[in-house]
Design a protein around this ligand. Structure first.
Ligand SMILES: Nc1ncnc2c1ncn2[C@@H]1O[C@H](COP(=O)(O)OP(=O)(O)OP(=O)(O)O)[C@@H](O)[C@H]1O
Ligand SMILES: [Mg+2]
Length: 277
């Protein structure tokens, strides 16, 4: 992955170090289960980078290694390091990492269902002491106007609204960087488009650096500048979003519509060994 890291660095300003650098990390759960086997990736300041891959590839584990949430699942970074803004963050507590400016929006939304949306948003600001919380909440409502109208319990929000609340709560922490884990999961195509539109705006308008984990590779590569593809605990390919979208293997394995694979002819080619392995 040294090559890939260099390509990306060359694309951004030659001397500017990336905001986030994950260097050759190995992650083990329960002292024995080796899940990440040397993962490296970088995200430049202001970038929107996608991390793609099939179920079980290790995408969520990679995000948790960055945010420190691995600890809560008895997981550990046993090799390599995670550098954010030039400082190592692996080994720090999740609260400290939030204070440094990284906020992870977990898979499956994880909002507090028996609190209102406003109460959920306040929780997002728990690491902050300043009096700006009201203004920040107004800013969240600018991006998610529907949340303002919902005064009942968050558990009664639709799936799309819950996803928006989860992202809004992250925004309340004023993160420099957001880690988003499958924000499109379980949403209708229309809502997926809406949520991705908002993610792009947070990146462009607020300058929030984003690492986006997705199974919806097509949507993710439309939104992102750069992407990494992960299989079996390793990065197997990376490139600009345009390069990946044009790559034959990516098209076949990650962008192929469900339709084409139904015919036997296509099934045979689908089983063909991937060229990058
Ligand atoms: N807490 C845990 N304890 C033990 N093994 C785990 C734990 N969490 C994940 N794993 C294992 O690590 C591997 C990678 O899981 P991970 O959740 O990172 O994959 P993923 O790429 O996010 O998959 P998905 O697309 O299904 O969300 C899987 O084999 C999974 O079973
Ligand atoms: Mg996952």
């Amino acid at each position: 992955m040294a090559d890939a890291a260099m390509t990306q660095t060359a694309q951004t300003a030659a001397a500017a170090p990336p905001l986030l650098a994950v260097n050759n990390i190995e992650v083990v759960y329960d002292d024995v289960i080796l899940v990440l086997r040397g993962v490296s990736l970088t995200v430049p300041q202001g970038g929107l980078v996608a991390l793609l891959g099939a179920n079980g590839a290790g995408k969520s584990t990679t995000l948790k290694a960055i945010s420190g949430l691995l600890r809560t699942e008895n997981g550990e970074v046993t090799r390599g390091d995670v550098i954010f803004g030039g400082e190592p963050v692996h080994g720090l507590s999740p609260e400290t990492i939030v204070r440094r400016g990284i906020f992870q929006v977990m898979e499956g939304r994880r909002i507090i269902e028996d609190m209102t949306p406003v109460e959920n948003l306040r929780l997002g600001a728990y690491t902050r002491r300043d009096g700006e919380i009201r203004n920040d909440m107004d800013r969240v409502f600018e991006y998610f106007p529907r949340l303002k109208e919902r005064t009942g319990l968050a558990g009664y929000l639709s799936g799309g609204e819950q996803q928006m609340l989860a992202i809004g709560r992250a925004l309340m922490a004023r993160p420099k960087m957001m880690l988003l884990d499958e924000p499109s999961m379980g949403l209708s195509p229309l809502l997926v488009g809406e949520v991705f539109g908002i993610i792009r705006r947070l990146n462009r308008e607020l300058g929030i650096t984003i690492l986006l984990v997705e199974q919806n590779a097509r949507m993710a590569l439309k939104a992102a500048d750069y992407g990494y593809i992960m299989e079996n605990g390793k990065i197997v390919l990376d490139g600009s979003a345009d390069e990946l979208t044009a790559n034959e293997d990516v098209k076949e394995f990650y962008l192929g519509g469900g339709e084409a694979r139904k015919s036997f002819k296509n099934l045979k080619s689908y089983k063909r060994r991937k060229r990058w392995l």
